[in-house]
Design a protein around this ligand. Sequence first.
Ligand code: NDP
Ligand code: OXD
Length: 309
Amino acid sequence: MPITLVSKGRLSSRWKTALNELAPDLEIRLFQEDRNKEEVEFVISWNHEIGSFDLYPNLKVICSMGAGVDHLFRDKNLPADVAIVRIVDQELSNDMNEFVLSLIMSHLRGLNNYRNNESIHYWKPRRYKTIKDVRLGIMGFGTLGQSLAKYLLKLDFRISGWSNSPKTMEQVATFYGQEQLAPFLSQTDILICLLPLTETTRGILNKQVFDQLPKGAFLINVGRGGHLNEADLVDAIEREQLSGASLDVFEPEPMPEDHAFWDHPKIHITPHVASLTIPKSVAPQILENYRRMQEGLPLLNEVSREKGY
Ligand code: NDP
Ligand code: OXD
């Protein structure tokens, strides 16, 4: 039975190669060339055209090409009895850890500011902060959030995490639920968003949240663009409630060329590159799920439809 890649924007050929290296006899199709869709029970997808899955009458599993599944839940017609699985991968966590560390250090040492000064040939040394001067708050203390905390603890950062349900991690102050959001925020100098985008978390990075952070706090958003209320961010920076932000994710992506953030001196932009799934690294878990589907076994990394992540 074939697997079909239903993807806009992720290089299908790399996925096909990675899967066929481990399973040379498995037929991997591309959506555009898939003539016999009734033969397909398992698809791998990223940013599909809404309605694409309606064409697969025998679909059993949709596998996200990434950790996030909000791109799938955009589709209000997802077949009801189809299981949704996502990527959980050490390489993905490692890359996220390194990326967030570089954003934190860039903020502490004022590198974005020097980049702005460089463009106008302006020599202006400033005081900088170090690791011991700040407290990090990781919003979304799941696979990536916890991995990040463990990584940063080794560098002696002070860390707290906020999630839906209670968590414990040595040397980390953990908070959960709406009631513990305020105490979490009040002791966070650098807020790192690693939440999934759901109906509950959409727009969560807003004035109310910013105003509960200590004055001059910094925002790092590597979750999703839909988490951020953009006008509230600009306003919080203007009021100096926030000292700035590093944003990796946007809604929509790509961010439009005329978007005001491009020229904002205190907003640092990267084009959704915090951590990119490496097909070769995740091919084994995808093939394992394909086998489990065929044998009617429980799937790995299955997403809750109810929670939306
Ligand atoms: P997980 O599902 O493992 O973790 C999500 C965490 O968010 C959990 O701790 C969960 O709580 C918490 N959470 C969810 N909803 C709420 C809520 N309403 N209130 C409080 N906490 C909540 O996901 P991952 O860590 O694997 O990935 C997180 C996100 O990172 C992805 O969904 C994606 O958007 C983003 N991402 C971005 C990348 C990039 O390149 N920029 C790359 C990869 C991922 P609980 O544990 O209690 O359920
Ligand atoms: C992901 C992403 O969710 O790339 O994996 O953002």
